[in-house]
Design a protein around this ligand. Structure first.
Ligand code: PHE
Length: 346
């Protein structure tokens, strides 16, 4: 029996070697000290041993049991400590890693240009007014001297919301809304979104305009010329050539379209290689504004006396101005929100 004690001890030592896991330690405890454990069985076997041998053997068995218990305990402690160290190591925060950057937002190029435009007019004493994007036929067309059967309505592909409501096709209805509720003198700009059934590289179904108008007792066409020439030279270049061309709008008389000298070819109409300029298509001029003297009919609609007041009005497309200013060739870039595009505008 002595020998088998030694074998057991060696077997135990073997099994509890370095690799044992917590579960394995538990299994060993059952295998050696459990109710049917190897040591437990040997204790039972003491009965069969001769009375002389029994005390010595009993003591040796007790020693072995204590040895096994202590070894199991210390092994468990060791494993737990190791596990703790492992998890502490895994959970450390490396404070030497660079932090993640917060990107700063930027103003959208259209907002940038819109602000520039309004700033020039605010400096000249204009105030800002706004109107609804969803308009009625009266303000968008009729009061602007476009009766239901007027051919000029064909100039704009209107998006209808219902029988009676539409998305405004221009910012000119704001003229009507302001004049309906106020008396001259008026010096107002109206920036905002407008909508037309149109969609290609130079037309977007939603785009932006800045409307402007000035009404008082003696406003003349020369005032319109002065205000717009100053505006265009502020927005583009101080020496930019400006030209007024006769045109037609139902709500202004006389009407004009205003061109600036081409920004790419400086009005020459061709490149240095004697090719037709692709921005102005060889004409040397870029159409930039619609304008005119407010039609007496429009004044009658808002209850003004056309014999006592006069005024001018103008309207411009913000996308077009932004495209010319920054050399952008596709209007859709403004609305795709590609950060690579938007980041370029500081
Ligand atoms: N509303 C016109 C357009 O959208 C522009 C314009 C405004 C023309 C004011 C004359 C006067 O084309």
């Amino acid at each position: 029996m002595r020998e088998s004690l030694d074998t057991l001890r060696n077997e135990f030592l073997d099994r509890i070697g370095d690799g044992a896991s917590e579960q394995e330690v538990e299994r060993l405890r059952v295998e050696f000290l459990g109710r049917k454990g190897k040591l437990t069985l040997m204790f039972r076997g003491l009965k069969e041993v001769s009375p002389e041998e029994r005390p010595g053997l009993g003591e040796a068995l007790n020693d072995l049991r204590r040895f096994v218990e202590e070894k199991l305990e210390s092994r468990l402690r060791e494993l737990r400590q190791r596990e703790k160290e492992r998890s502490l190591k895994a959970e450390t925060v490396d404070i030497t890693l660079p932090g993640s950057r917060w990107e700063r937002g930027r103003v959208h190029p259209l907002t940038l240009v819109m602000d520039e435009i309004t700033d020039v007019f605010l400096a000249m004493g204009f105030e800002i007014a706004r109107g609804p994007d969803i308009e009625d036929d009266y303000h968008n067309f009729e009061a602007l001297n476009m009766p239901p059967d007027h051919p000029a309505r064909d100039m704009q592909d209107t998006l209808f919301v219902s029988e009676a409501r539409l998305l405004r096709t221009h910012t000119s209805p704001v003229q009507i809304r302001v004049m309906e509720t106020r008396k001259p003198p008026l010096q107002v700009i109206a920036p905002g979104a407008v909508y037309r059934h149109d969609d290609d590289a130079t037309h977007s179904p939603m785009f932006h305009q800045v409307e402007g108008f000035m009404v008082d007792s003696q406003i003349a066409f020369s005032d319109l010329k002065g205000v717009l020439t100053h505006f265009l030279r502020q927005i583009f270049r101080p020496e930019t050539g400006v030209r007024f061309r006769p045109s037609f709008f139902p709500f202004t008389e006389p009407s004009a379209e205003i061109d600036i000298q081409c920004l790419l070819c400086d009005g020459k109409g061709m490149t240095q290689e004697r090719q037709a300029c692709r921005v102005c298509k060889g004409t040397g001029w870029l159409e930039i504004l619609g304008a005119g003297m407010i039609d007496p009919e429009v004044f009658r609609f808002v209850g003004y006396d056309p014999d006592r007041v006069s005024g001018f009005a103008f309207g411009m497309g913000v996308e077009r101005i932004a495209m010319l200013k920054y050399g952008i060739e596709d209007i859709r870039l403004f609305f795709q929100n590609d950060l690579r595009f938007l980041r370029q505008f500081a």
